[in-house]
Design a protein around this ligand. Structure first.
Ligand code: PBG
Length: 310
């Protein structure tokens, strides 16, 4: 009766992977119970998730061919664009269909942007490409585009590109306070990404040591036109979520990332933790800190747990 927060399926977004050159879903060793989907297995999964009452899904694509520019990210025949068309035909507006908007899954060097002659990410060339990706995703049927590359000015550039292409209703959910964490490891296995030369993303993602900087990043994205802003990862950054909730008047998303999910599985496999109980506690804690919507690989399992508890 006096519980302040309850978890609901309508709080959750399921991240899903779709891969071009496969005929059967492929398991991802470091991300238990998650797979690289085929277009068909993705359709079946999303139909089931809609029946379970999940708020939405967010798609990540793995193209057959990666290239220097990452051109499959904006190709009208790209794997995510094709899947968006499939899903809108299947489920329409029954749940929110979002697309991750970035280049790292599509470039052969694994960086989130276009490189300059010295091999460094060129911020301003990159945000032009992001505008093109946003328009391709919106035309293919994305309700929401979710830029995750942490380039300066990306939200403004995407808003402008969408509005000029007649996609004023497409929502931007910005990965605004995205930290250069070690917790993305299993995700990079899931999308077959290795950063060239053992590089990292510390030049564009946030320093783990900084909290005030997150407030500036979040506010900048709101000012540029973000509809929803995101903090990522989630559990080690509950302070950032909580501050964002106090200071901003827009919906806040939190991404409970691959490493946060896989470590619970690893402990549970050894019998050290109760998987269902920890999954619920972790995601509820993220909601308590102030997140309105939570992206988590536990989405399906939690929807099933919540349905059983009803
Ligand atoms: C970049 C992107 C990443 C994740 C989501 N979008 C990886 C990165 O920045 O290296 C990570 C998600 C996760 O770990 O679950 N396109």
């Amino acid at each position: 009766m006096v519980a302040e927060h309850h978890l609901s399926s309508a709080d959750l977004i399921a991240p899903l992977f779709v891969r071009e050159d496969i005929s059967e879903p492929q398991p991802i060793e470091s991300l238990p119970h998650q797979v690289q989907h085929t277009r068909d297995s993705l359709r079946a999964e999303v139909t089931e998730l809609a029946e379970l009452g999940v708020a939405g899904v967010i798609l990540f694509g793995i193209p057959a061919e990666k290239d220097y520019q990452g051109s499959q990210a904006w190709s009208w025949n790209g794997i995510v664009q094709k899947s968006l068309e499939d899903l809108r035909a299947d489920v329409g507006d029954d749940l929110v269909i979002a697309a991750d908007l970035c280049l790292d899954e599509y470039t052969d060097h694994g960086h989130c942007g276009v490189l300059d002659a010295d091999g460094n990410v060129d911020n301003d060339e990159t945000i032009k490409a992001y505008g093109q990706i946003a328009v391709a995703q919106a035309h293919a049927g994305a309700h929401v585009v979710a830029p995750s590359g942490m380039m300066d000015g990306q939200v403004g550039a995407i808003r402008q590109a969408l509005d000029s292409a007649g996609c004023a209703d497409t929502v931007i959910m910005a990965y605004s306070a995205k930290y250069a964490t070690t917790l993305y490891g299993p995700f990079r296995d899931a999308v077959n990404v290795e950063i060239a030369g053992g590089g990292d993303r510390k030049g564009y993602q946030q320093d783990v040591a900084n909290a005030r900087e997150a407030t500036r990043e979040l506010q900048a994205d709101v000012d540029e036109g973000a509809d929803i802003v995101m903090v990522k990862p989630a559990l080690p950054y509950l302070d950032v979520i909580s501050t964002a909730r106090r200071e901003l008047n827009v919906p806040i998303a939190a991404y409970h990332v691959s490493g946060e999910y896989s470590m619970v599985h690893a402990a549970a496999q050894r019998g050290w933790l109760d998987l269902e109980a920890v999954a619920h506690e972790h995601v509820l804690a993220i909601k308590r800190a102030g997140a309105d919507v939570i992206l988590t690989y536990f989405a399906r399992q939690l929807c099933e747990q919540l349905r059983r508890a009803d």
